[in-house]
Design a protein around this ligand. Structure first.
Ligand SMILES: O=C(O)CCC(=O)C(=O)O
Ligand SMILES: [Mn+2]
Length: 209
């Protein structure tokens, strides 16, 4: 098994994470306290959080986290058998989207939010490669609240070292180009206690119905 590579940075300017077959940039201090804390509080109370049931190998499971989908009307999204019609943008989400669009130069028409309530919540290995996204999607991932480790592994080349990035409060991770095609990512359960964390992944749905 590969040792994972940990990358930490105190930088508020984007740094490129050196990875083969992937284009990943990270900005640790995209938002700082107290603004990041205010945004977290607003999202905790404003968002229509739900625990979805997903179907894996024909069996129903409760997702080990809460989630919600917001975006332009018509940006319907299917995720592990869950069909999500978006809620309309809130003022808080529009403000965050504007800041992220200004920083990245990408336009996003939807956002998937995840709430990890404690150390037991997680997301398993996957790529954001649903048919509604383009072949080379840009995905901007904002983290608020407690730090969780974001792990990446190459889908085909086992000899390529895994990457672990500590997604701290206020940090922004941008995945572009071939990242989803060649790499999977996950946020594992933790052994030690964790406070709530919200993650927002801004995406562009291609085929609007
Ligand atoms: O929580 C995270 O940092 C990642 C979430 C994620 O990968 C997803 O929602 O597709
Ligand atoms: Mn993902």
């Amino acid at each position: 098994m590969n040792d994972s590579l940990s990358l930490f940075s105190g930088s508020s300017t984007p740094e490129t994470i050196p990875m083969q077959d992937a284009q990943v940039r990270f900005m640790q201090a995209f938002y700082r306290q107290p603004l990041s804390g205010e945004l977290m509080e607003r999202l905790l109370s404003e968002i229509c959080w739900r625990q979805e049931t997903i179907i894996l190998w024909g069996k129903e499971h409760l997702q080990p986290r809460l989630s919600a989908w917001y975006g332009d009307a018509g940006s319907r999204y299917t995720y592990s058998g869950v069909m999500l019609d978006p809620h309309p943008w809130s003022d808080t989400l529009l403000r965050i989207r504007r800041d992220i669009e200004n920083a990245t130069g990408h336009h996003f028409n939807s956002v998937l939010l995840n709430l990890y309530r404690n150390e037991h919540d997680s997301v398993g290995w996957h790529s954001d490669a649903e048919p509604e996204l383009s072949n080379a999607p840009a995905i901007a991932s904002l983290s608020l609240g407690d730090t969780r480790m974001f792990r990446l592994r190459h889908r085909k080349r086992k000899e390529v070292q895994q990457v672990s990035i500590a997604l701290t409060d206020g940090s922004l991770l941008l995945m572009e180009g071939t990242t989803q095609r060649f790499w999977q990512h996950a946020v594992m359960k933790e052994k030690d206690a964790r406070l709530p964390r919200i993650n927002l992944t801004f995406r562009t749905i291609q085929h609007q119905k």
